[in-house]
Design a protein around this ligand. Structure first.
Ligand SMILES: C[S@@+](CC[C@H](N)C(=O)[O-])C[C@H]1O[C@@H](n2cnc3c(N)ncnc32)[C@H](O)[C@@H]1O
Length: 182
């Protein structure tokens, strides 16, 4: 897979999707939207006001737009090409993120799944800034893996609730809810 390919929904996508369908409302930011699976689930909910969906892969944004139009949801999703921190703006109720979370492999640079040398760098970049853009009762829904290298104090500043743990063949996936500590 190259950067030009669009990430096909996988176990991590469906793990996050279950909680998006159950929890999100208000103003929602879907980071790394890929084919738009999370953005469309959010936009289908009447309690969601608006979804901003961002991906740095233009082909992903094109595909998500096509799918949103087919589903009659295009007017409820603001799809943009950009990097995650560009779109941390205003006051959000929810940030949804199925990030690239695996450690980089020798000679392969793939932004769909590689979150940097350790795997956790993209998540760390987001968490350093996200709390400034959440409403006081706002929250983040985040997926990562037992293979993701995360600094031990990465979640400092957030209350963390483990919503679901999914054992797979080589790894475990986690879906967590993070709320900034006031
Ligand atoms: C694991 S895929 C998730 C796709 C989709 N949200 C899902 O749940 O199936 C990660 C997505 O994040 C995008 N991405 C990676 N780094 C990014 C960044 N810095 N800013 C915005 N999008 C990024 C990739 O292009 C890819 O579409």
């Amino acid at each position: 897979m190259t950067l030009e390919d669009v990430y096909e929904p996988d176990e991590d996508s469906y793990l996050l999707l279950r909680h998006v369908e159950r929890l999100v409302r208000g103003r929602v930011l879907d980071l790394g939207t890929g084919c738009g699976i999370q953005a469309m689930a959010a936009a289908s909910k009447p309690e969601v006001e608006l979804v901003i969906a961002v991906d740095l892969n233009p082909r992903a944004v094109g595909k998500a737009l096509e799918r949103a139009k087919e589903a009659g949801l295009a007017s409820r999703i603001n799809l943009v090409i950009g990097s995650l921190t560009d779109w941390l703006r205003g006051e959000l109720d929810w940030i949804i993120f199925n990030p690239p979370y695996l450690p980089r492999e020798e000679g392969i640079s793939e932004l769909s799944w590689s979150g940097g040398e350790k795997g956790g760098e993209t998540i760390e970049r987001l968490l350093k800034r996200a709390y400034e853009h959440l409403k006081p009762d706002g929250a983040i829904l985040l997926v990562y893996s037992s293979l993701t290298g995360l600094d031990k104090d990465i979640f400092r500043g957030y209350r963390v609730e483990l919503l679901e743990e999914l054992p797979l063949f080589f790894e475990r996936l986690f879906c967590v809810l993070l709320q900034p500590r006031l």
